[in-house]
Structures are given as C-alpha cells and as structure tokens.
Ligand binder design. Structure first.
Ligand code: B12
Length: 477
C-alpha cells in the first residue's frame, strides 16, 4: 500500500491536484492508496502518529509543492518544514520514503540529501510511483524507475527526469477532499498539459516539467471538469503556466468545453502568455467558461522584454487587454520588476504603460527568484554571487535553495519604496511589500497569497475565483 502525504499547509489552501493524479494512476495499476493531508489536519504530529500506529504502508510519498513563497520582501522558506516532516515520519514507520512535487523537482539532489529520504522523483509522479511500487515488491531495479533519485554505493543516483511525451491521467479525483478545498480555497485546479518550449530566462517550468509541450487529450480534460462540476465544484483555475501555448491545444480544449455544454456551467481562470492572443480566442475562451485571465506581461519596456526572453511588445499587451474587455473577461497583468537592466526609468515606463493599458489589476512582483539551471541564475553566477544585483534576506553564502532574487542594483537600497511611490494611489496595482516597513504598510494590498488574511476572510464568506479577482474587489484598508 502507498500512503501519500500532502505537506503543503499554506492557506488559503490549494488542493494537491498532483496527488489526485498520482493516486488515480496508482489505483488503476492495482495498488491501494491512502492520503494524509497535513493541510487539513488540526495537529499534524498527532495525526501522523495516529495514522502510522494503525497502518503499515510499503511506501510513503511526500509531495513538496512550494519551496518558498517566492516573494522577495517576505522570503518564507518551507524547506525546514519538509525536513521536519520526513524526520517525524521516519520515526513512525520503517517504510521507505519518496519525495516528489514541483518544489522537489527544482532542487532534487539537495532535498534528498537534506531530508535523508530514500527516494525522490524528478518530474511526473504517475508512472514513476507505479514503477517504484513494482520494484519495491519485486527485483529492486531502481534504474528502471523514471525520474528516480536513489542511493546506492554511498552516492545518489539520478535517472533522467520523468517527462512522458503524452500525459495520460485518469481524471477521477477521489483521493483529495476537493469539496472541502473548494469551500476553503475558493477554486480547484485542473491541468491541460505539461512542460514549456519557451525560453523565458527565469522560468523553472522547463526544468521541472520538461522543455516540450506534453498534452492531455482534450476529452480527458473536459471529462475531469465535468466530474468536478457534477460535484458542485464549478470555479476552476487551470494549472497550465500558459494556457495559450500551444494555441491549437487551447482552442481544442475550449471547443470541447463548448461542444459538451460545460462552458455554461463552470467559471474558470487561467494564466496566459501575451502572445498568441486574439479577439477570436478571447471570444472562444469566454464561451468555454473563462472569466479571468492573468497575463505574464512582466514589463512594457522593450529592453526588459528582450532581457526576459519574451516575444511580445507593449502593444500586444494593450491588444490582449482590449480583447478581454470586449469579451467580459477580467484581466490581470503580472509585472516582474527588477530583472537584468532594470532602472528607475524602465520601472516608471512600465507602470505608466500599464496604467494607460488599464487592466482590472496588475501585480507588481519585485525581484526574480533564481533557480539553478535558468539563464538568469547563470547571469547572476557570471556577475559573481556577491553581486549587488542579488538580494536575499538570509545571512551567509548565497544558496539558491533559500529565497534568492535577482533585483537590479540600479533600483537602489529601497526598491519597494521606489515602486510604491511610482504606483501612488492607483488601486488597480498590488504594490510590493517593503521589507523595511513590513506588510502592514502595504495597506493590505499584497498579492502574496501566503496566509493572506483578507483573502481567507473573503473566501469564508463565499468569495470564489482566482485570488487576484477576489482581492481586487475588496476595499483597501
Ligand atoms: C496553477 C498554479 C497556482 C495556482 C493554483 C490554482 C489551483 N487551484 O490549483 C495559484 C495561483 C493559486 C497558485 C498559488 C501559489 N503558487 Co503556484 N503554481 C501554479 C502552477 C502553474 C501549476 C501547479 C499545479 O497544480 N500543477 C499541476 C500538478 C498536477 O503538478 P504537480 O503539482 O507538479 O504534480 C506533479 C509532479 O510534481 C509529481 N508529484 C506531485 N506530488 C508528488 C508526490 C510524490 C510522492 C511524487 C513521487 C510525485 C509527485 O506528480 C504530479 C503529476 O505528475 C505552478 C508551476 C508549475 N508548472 O508547476 C506554480 C508554482 C507551483 N507556484 C508557485 C508559488 C510560489 C505559489 C505561491 C506560493 C505564490 C504566493 N506566494 O502566493 C502560491 C501558493 C498557494 C498554495 N496554497 O500552495 C511556484 C513554486 C516555486 C517555489 N519557489 O516554491 C511555482 C512552481 C511557480 C513558479 N515557478 O514560481 N499557483
């Protein structure tokens, strides 16, 4: 038997969709699966102790989603909690432990070393866990398990990442209490594909999910959506980093939602790249149930857009926002301020351009989280790890496992204050928190969803939707 453990306790809670997918595949392969959901447990330690007193699984799988909150001004890391969870479970059972999840896939070797777990899976969990269970009950040929990190002869071995070309996931979402997550978290995730072929300099997706688009058949995705809707879960967030890549797949998903009449019964949100986008796509998405889009706009300045590796221009952002407006789709623009070459002038350029373009809201993220293997981390390495462009809140040597950001030195000692001043009183923006003055000063306007009290309160009294769409409607304090 396999016991899966959700270690992500962040609230508002996000249902661990990855564990639902892994569990469904493992069950279909004939193994029993149970879940320990630490996010829903009042007292995780007692819950774990009670569970392992009663059950003796042959494998315990821990999912690790968020390495940290990814926000420079707060920089909250969750690595210590993971280490502690593994230590606790290790004291309660002899079963081998396997780690997985997107957070694990960002730092597989380091996390295996730090936690002392027997195994880890870099990449997709479904086929890997099935094969691992087979090998545990069979000939222990660890080299046969896709994406597996394992210990042998005193070292850690790593099989090539598990990125199967086609993603075939049974969409019966039975392991996780999705109804409860929907009530407490305001929306439920569904994935239509994995991987990304784009070359944005900061993005971790190609490292965790692969450099090619790996598609789920649209009929599978829509069946999954239909099942969720039948359970009363009718507000969804797509888990694709960019729904419109590749464009044909996005259209096929929309067509299928429209064809089956689901578009009228569900409201969904998605992240999108600014290009390719068009009025036609907006219309089709709206008919398919889309009510909100968060575009990866990042900047409106040509030098920064080029530095980030983006294919779009400020004009494309403008067109995309207008296409959404014409189709009653709410729109958020994500900003990524502080990348290579950013200066007070380029920041001002972007803020003024976004103000002219006029989205419903814009999130001013400040600082680019550095992950090993990304082009921007390489730039930072070349500049020297002690470069003034690297910012972090911890002491000691630079360690990318801890929240570490590229934030152009040209923005001075108080970059958040600079951005906040340029935004002024424009309430369409979620301004960055200033580490020097703390979250209170952000006027309750932070779009860091970690322990976000305003969001939690709004969801409790019935708000549903993408978090930015809930937050933008709340009065500022
Ligand atoms: C969609 C999304 C969101 C949506 C979620 C909507 C929803 N209802 O699900 C929203 C906008 C709410 C969101 C919020 C946040 N997010 Co987010 N999100 C994503 C995104 C794009 C997809 C996540 C997802 O569900 N994928 C689909 C599932 C199926 O994939 P998966 O979880 O990886 O699971 C697979 C494997 O990892 C593996 N696996 C999973 N568990 C296990 C367990 C075992 C034992 C094994 C072997 C394998 C395994 O198998 C699964 C199937 O193949 C990812 C980027 C990405 N592409 O992963 C970022 C990402 C996970 N988010 C991130 C962050 C930082 C956050 C926030 C913390 C931001 C913030 N401060 O507010 C919050 C956290 C919210 C929370 N409570 O946890 C970061 C984490 C990086 C980091 N530094 O830690 C990511 C990677 C984006 C990024 N590159 O910055 N997010």
């Amino acid at each position: 038997m396999l016991t899966l453990v959700n270690t992500n306790r962040m609230v508002p809670p996000i249902a661990p969709v990855g564990l639902d997918y892994v569990a469904a595949t493992v069950r279909d392969a004939g193994f029993d699966v149970e879940l320990i959901d630490l996010c829903l447990a009042d007292d995780p330690k007692t819950y774990l102790a009670d569970y392992f007193r009663r059950r003796r699984p042959s494998l315990v799988g821990l999912s690790f989603r968020n390495v940290d909150d990814c926000f420079w001004p707060s920089g909250q890391s969750f690595v210590e909690t993971l280490i502690d969870d593994v230590r606790t479970i290790r004291g309660l059972t002899d079963a081998p432990i396997v780690l997985g999840g997107v957070g694990f896939s960002l730092f597989p070797r380091r996390l295996l070393e730090l936690t002392g777990a027997e195994f880890g899976v870099h990449g997709d969990g479904e086929l890997a866990v099935v094969e691992l269970l087979r090998q545990i009950h069979g000939r222990r040929r660890w080299e046969r398990v896709p994406g597996l990190l394992y210990r042998a002869g005193g070292t850690i071995h790593a099989n090539p990442p598990a990125w199967p070309k086609t993603v075939s996931v049974p969409g019966h979402r039975e392991l996780v209490d999705n109804e409860l997550y929907f009530r407490r978290g305001g929306q439920i995730g569904v994935e239509t594909k994995r991987g990304c072929a784009r070359g944005c300099i900061y993005c971790a997706d190609p490292l965790t999910k692969g450099r090619a688009f790996r598609l789920r058949p649209p009929s599978d995705v829509v069946e999954e959506v239909q099942r969720l809707v039948e359970r009363g879960i009718d507000v969804l967030h797509l888990c694709d980093p960019e729904f419109n890549l590749p464009l044909a797949h996005a259209k096929a998903i929309c067509d299928e939602l429209i064809r089956r009449g689901i578009g009228r019964r569900v409201r969904w949100y998605a992240y999108l790249a600014v290009v390719p986008f068009s009025v036609e796509l907006a219309r089709q998405m709206r008919r398919a149930g889309c009510v909100g889009i968060d575009f990866t706009a990042d900047s409106a300045h040509p030098a920064l857009l080029a530095a980030y590796g983006h294919a779009h221009t400020a004009e494309d952002i403008d067109k995309a926002v207008r296409a959404c407006r014409e189709n009653q789709i709410a729109v958020m623009l994500d900003m990524l301020l502080g990348g290579p070459g950013e200066s007070p002038k380029t920041v001002e350029h972007t803020i003024r351009a976004f103000q002219r373009i006029g989205p419903d809201c814009a999130g001013a993220a400040l600082g680019v989280r550095l992950y090993p293997g990304t082009a921007v981390a390489e730039t930072a390495r070349r500049e020297g790890r002690c470069s003034a462009n690297i910012r972090r809140l911890y002491h000691g040597p630079t360690d990318l496992l801890r929240p570490t950001f590229y934030l152009s030195a040209a923005l001075g000692d108080r970059p958040a204050a600079l951005v906040r001043e340029l935004i002024g009183t424009d309430e369409r923006f979620f301004p960055p928190e200033d580490p020097q003055i703390g979250p209170a000063e952000a006027g309750g306007a932070s779009h860091n969803y970690n322990q976000n009290k305003r969001l939690l309160d709004a969801i409790e009294v019935g708000a549903r939707g993408a978090y930015w769409d809930i937050l933008r409607r709340l009065p500022r304090t």
